[in-house]
Design a protein around this ligand. Structure first.
Ligand code: WT7
Length: 663
């Protein structure tokens, strides 16, 4: 009889650290514990090891130029092309091996395998097509596509001709698309007609064209026809719209020489939420970012060319950029893409895919793991998951109970689990155990990677003692770091550097990067990340700015004021709670609630959908008039509120609590 959850809990609950299995260490890409000292002693030259994983068309002259902090430059003078690194250099040895294994959502779908030769061919053809459309070096191309193979094809085609891509998550709304296209001055859009979600075809093109109506300049659009004719929507294509298939056919068999890009040239832009309504355009470079994606994929995900590697993230987020596309393909492995959700048509789907493709790694998010846990171990337990060698998580803190469940039921206690802390801005992993070296402590991401210098400090910047909570900081630059916010160097400095740096100094050692996360550190230097300390929520591992949601809500007719906070949620980690004050006399009924939910979905997307909309007369404010968000969070979570007498309007708290209770 298999161990029950209760037995497992009893046995594993006691254990707070786990050694990596000997069998894993023996084959690990990195297994020498001396790497930590070696990298520290040889910093920044240690990062030549990362650059060495790439093929350069001209060698770099300097590893790090830190003469103008925080505008660091890495591998200066070097030239390379990301698409050539992901494709061309693998052709001789691995041309007929699978580069991408794509699994569509419909179960009877003809899933697609792209060998390196095939992927190379299609990337070249589409690169030629982009050139025909007039896309030149440094033109930003927006890619608004779900998990279909044409998305990585388009990314690599852009990289090939030196056009930075800006991928907008397909679940984002039309408005979100328009905001990002306007901010990036992007004159090209590649999108698709639709895709499947839980068995139903979604009309994606309609959303894209609605977005285009709000773009303030002309746009050339390419449409991938993903849906078979029986499910296709009857959309008419506006002018300046071309079909992907026809374009690629027109350029059948053509090749496009990969352009040499300077190491510091932009590879892509990725918009992410911040504390204001305007998303931040995070700029990543060709040399530093690609080295970082490759090195961390090698050292942490332990990827080898012969592996089949599965990351269940969406390419619309940074996780998919670094760890579905760029890292794995640079290493010449087989990377998997799954279009759908893990519970369609039933809760066996993910485990069936892993079993069928004999995946060697699984990299997913705590929110998914908590859902698997809730569904029950019978689903994974009834599949042969013995191909798995390593498990990873990313996106938010993972509670020890979920970690242990993952370790036991998915990894059969034979796979190391890497809890990787990083951000859109860091380009790749920063804090995590090295799976072939370190002991693992559930709930704690682990130490900084070798060559990464991070700490937990108090408000004045002094390191806190072991066990105390403080703020996470990164003390030294790293190759994968963002270079700036697109067209906004001031915001770049204000958001990430001002807090803990001497901004008048041009000494690199006076500059400290602040990721805006709270954390604590233990006596072994293991860091537990506690969550954001700014007004940014983390819903299911996705970052959402409270301001963005609030401005969507106040845009709804009848709403006077809104405050959005995060409340605890079993599966999502955090959920959106919206406190809303209506204009006088406005009916606070179901219709308005619906209009608010719709308003948020239209402005951002379904991921930002409020869990609760609470109508209130007033918001709790300090005497100086600042909304007490912390208090609203405590109310949402049903926590003890402490002393509320310092509020300007203490009576409003009871009013809100009563409302919540009655909802
Ligand atoms: C924020 C970054 C990194 C790709 C996905 C999210 C939180 C991320 C962890 C982790 C605790 C984590 C942080 C971070 N976060 N990974 N392993 N443990 N928290 O990228 O949207 O840029 O969000 O996600 O709060 O700042 P993102």
């Amino acid at each position: 009889m298999s161990e029950t959850d209760t037995d497992l809990e009893a046995r594993l609950a006691e254990q707070d650290s786990f050694e990596p299995p000997q069998s894993f260490i023996e084959q690990a890409n990195v297994s020498d514990p001396d790497i930590y000292d070696a990298f520290e002693n040889d910093w920044p030259h240690c990062w030549e090891d990362a650059a060495d994983l790439l093929e350069w068309s001209s060698d770099y002259e300097q590893v790090l130029d830190d003469s103008n902090p925080p505008f660091y430059e890495w591998f200066t003078g070097g030239e390379l092309n990301a698409s050539a690194n992901c494709l061309d250099r693998h052709l001789e040895e691995r041309g007929d091996e699978a580069a991408i294994e794509w699994v569509g959502e419909p179960v009877d779908e003809d899933n697609r395998t792209y060998t390196y030769n095939e992927l190379h061919r299609e990337v070249n053809e589409f690169a030629a097509a982009l050139q025909e459309l007039g896309v030149g070096e440094d033109d930003v191309v927006t890619l608004y596509m779900p998990m279909i193979p044409e998305l990585p094809v388009a990314m690599l085609a852009c990289a090939r001709i030196g056009a930075p891509h800006s991928v907008v998550f397909a679940g984002f709304s039309a408005d979100a698309l328009a905001t990002r296209m306007n901010a990036a001055d992007s004159e090209y859009l590649v999108t698709c007609d639709g895709y499947y979600r839980r068995g139903d075809p979604l009309d994606h093109f309609d959303k894209a064209t609605t977005g285009l109506d709000n773009v303030d300049h002309e746009v050339d659009t390419v449409v991938v026809e993903r849906l078979p004719s029986e499910d296709a929507f009857a959309n008419t294509w506006p002018e300046q719209t071309r079909g992907y298939d026809e374009l690629v056919e027109n350029h059948a068999g053509e090749t496009v020489d990969p352009v040499d890009r300077d190491a510091e040239d932009m590879l892509f832009l990725m918009y992410t939420s911040g504390t204001t309504g305007q998303p931040k355009g995070v700029k990543h470079t060709t040399g530093g970012y690609l080295s970082w994606a490759a090195w961390t994929s090698h050292a942490v995900l332990d990827i080898k060319p012969e592996d089949t590697y599965f990351c269940s993230a969406d390419i619309g987020w940074i996780t998919g950029h670094s760890y579905i596309v760029y890292g794995p393909l640079t290493l010449g492995t087989t990377t998997m893409m799954y279009e759908g959700t893990p519970d369609h048509p039933d809760r066996n789907r993910l485990w069936e895919i892993i079993e069928e493709y004999e995946a060697n790694q699984l990299y997913t998010a705590p929110t998914a793991i908590r859902a698997f846990m809730k569904w029950g171990a019978e689903y994974p337990d009834s599949h042969d998951l013995s191909s798995l060698r390593l498990l990873g998580t990313v996106g938010e803190p993972i509670n020890p109970r979920a970690w242990k469940w993952y370790y036991k039921h998915i990894g059969n206690e034979e796979c190391p689990v890497v809890d990787t802390w990083w951000q859109t801005e860091t380009g790749g992993m920063m804090l995590t155990t090295l799976p072939g070296v370190c002991e693992m402590k559930p709930g704690s991401a682990g130490p900084p990677l070798p060559g990464v210098s991070a700490d937990v400090v108090d408000m004045s910047g002094s390191p806190v003692s072991a066990g105390e909570a403080g703020y996470l900081v990164v003390n030294k630059p790293w190759p994968g770091m963002l270079r700036t916010l697109y067209n906004n160097d001031d915001r770049f400095i204000n958001e990430y550097w001002r807090e803990y740096s001497n901004t008048d100094s041009d000494e690199s050692s006076d500059w400290v990067y602040f990721p805006e996360d709270g954390a604590k550190i233990d006596g072994d230097g293991y860091i537990t990340v506690l969550g954001r300390v700014d007004d940014v929520l983390n819903v299911s591992g996705h970052r959402l700015g409270t301001m963005e949601i609030e401005s969507a809500i106040v845009g709804v007719e009848g709403v006077a004021e809104a405050a959005v906070v995060g409340g605890e949620h079993d599966i999502k980690g955090e959920a959106v709670y919206a406190y809303v004050i209506t204009e006088d006399g406005y009916n606070h009924g179901e219709d308005l609630r619906e209009a608010i939910v719709e308003g948020v979905e239209d402005a951002i997307g379904p991921i930002a959908r409020p869990e609760a909309v609470i109508f209130t007369r007033e918001l709790p404010k300090t005497r100086s008039g600042k909304i007490m968000r912390r208090l609203l969070e405590d109310i949402a979570n049903g926590d003890d509120l402490g002393d509320t007498s310092t509020l300007r309007n203490p009576e409003v708290v009871e009013d809100i609590q009563r409302k919540l209770g009655s909802d």
